[in-house]
Design a protein around this ligand. Structure first.
Ligand code: COA
Length: 333
């Protein structure tokens, strides 16, 4: 018989963040896309977003967020068994961005890999980390979302230029007396994978055209299609996660969804019949859509503003390109 490892209950022990330094108001975006501050605020809730400095990388931001999460959890680099980096904007196929972060934080022997599930990447990672700790494969797992989407956004594209932003967030998932992460409700509507895309790097190789005439793989999306999908389908995933956790919506104290669009967030809260007392994260207003980083960034902002939320139940939902989605009920760190 092969020996089976035994794990423990798992929880999110801490959250750490890196906020990109350049605050960019709508007024700095609108001219290139023939838009207005009013339109952007009305359609998305975004007032400002943050872009990283040119010399700051996905690894730099992820490292800063990871170090803060480790310090808040009170764990050393040697205690980190796995580093998972959720990202779609680390500009190398290999080695992974996670291995760069593992080196930077001193977790030299940790398992390290990148996870490509776009804006669902963080909640995919939390689900995976939970199962690794519960299964006994790891004791402490760093789940990091880090994105520099400004490198992959066309500032003249009316469907994306005002939405996306840069930043990083990280959590430590580790052992706890009680279970603090509910079962993951997840999946993808993969037949809609053409709704949000980036073009292939191979365009630069398999062509006789000069490189500077080839389209950079900027993110493109069918905004309305994604909007309709998110509003129609994703709240059902949240309801499923609530059911899987064995609770009713009235037990939730906070809702920390991916920060894609304030109207999507409000529509989901309504569909899931969340109580009006539930605190709803709205980090998108000032920080834009940072893809895999948006949930930990929004979680940290909510906890900074409402320290009474530590230890309370929250619903997290990630969703985006793929079209991938994942949700859990968690106990806030
Ligand atoms: C992108 C998004 C904000 C666009 O809003 P929308 O209400 O769907 O906008 P539409 O594309 O239907 O266009 C509505 C009108 O605004 C105009 N418009 C489109 N983009 C515009 C812009 N950037 N600025 C000003 N006007 C714009 C259109 O021309 C159209 O004008 P018309 O009514 O005169 O024809 C919205 O679709 C969205 O948020 N989708 C989800 C995207 C998302 O979250 N992606 C990430 C997933 S992780």
């Amino acid at each position: 018989m092969i020996k089976v490892p035994t794990g423990s209950n798992a929880s999110i022990l801490s959250v750490g963040i890196y906020r990109a330094t350049n605050v960019v108001p709508n007024s700095a975006i609108v001219e290139k896309i023939d838009s207005t501050d009013e339109w952007i605020q009305q359609r998305t809730g975004i007032e400002t977003r943050r872009f990283a400095d040119k010399n700051i990388s996905v690894i730099d931001m992820g490292t800063a967020a990871a170090l803060q999460a480790m310090q808040r959890a009170g764990i050393s680099a040697e205690q980190v068994d796995v580093v998972i980096l959720a990202t779609i904007t680390y500009p190398h196929q290999t080695p992974s961005g996670a291995s760069g972060i593992a080196t930077n934080i001193g977790a030299h022997k940790a398992a390290a890999f990148d996870l490509s599930a776009a804006c669902a990447g963080f909640t995919y990672g939390v689900g995976l980390a939970n199962d690794l700790v519960r299964g006994g494969t790891a004791k402490h797992v760093l789940v990091i979302g880090s994105e520099k989407i400004s490198d992959f956004t066309n500032p003249t594209d009316r469907a994306t230029a005002f939405i996306f932003a840069d930043g990083a967030g990280a959590v430590v998932v580790g052992p706890s007396a009680e279970q603090g992460i509910g079962p993951t409700a997840w999946g993808s509507d993969s037949d809609q994978r053409d709704a949000i895309t980036m073009s292939s790097w191979l365009n630069f190789k398999d062509t006789d055209a000069p490189a500077n005439t080839i389209e950079w793989p900027d993110i493109v999306q069918e905004g309305q299609r994604v909007f309709r999908w998110a509003v129609f389908s994703v709240s059902k995933v949240g309801s499923k996660a609530i059911e899987l956790a064995g609770i009713t919506p009235d037990k939730l104290k906070a809702f920390v969804p991916h920060q894609a669009n304030l109207r999507i967030i409000e529509s989901m809260a309504k569909d899931m019949k969340l109580s009006p007392d539930v605190l709803i994260a709205d980090d998108i207003r000032t920080n834009g859509n940072t893809s895999a980083a948006s949930i930990p960034l929004a979680m940290d902002a909510l906890l900074q503003a409402h320290p009474e939320m530590h230890g309370q139940l929250a619903l997290i939902i990630g969703y985006g390109a793929g079209l991938a989605f994942a949700a859990q009920v968690i106990k806030l760190p």
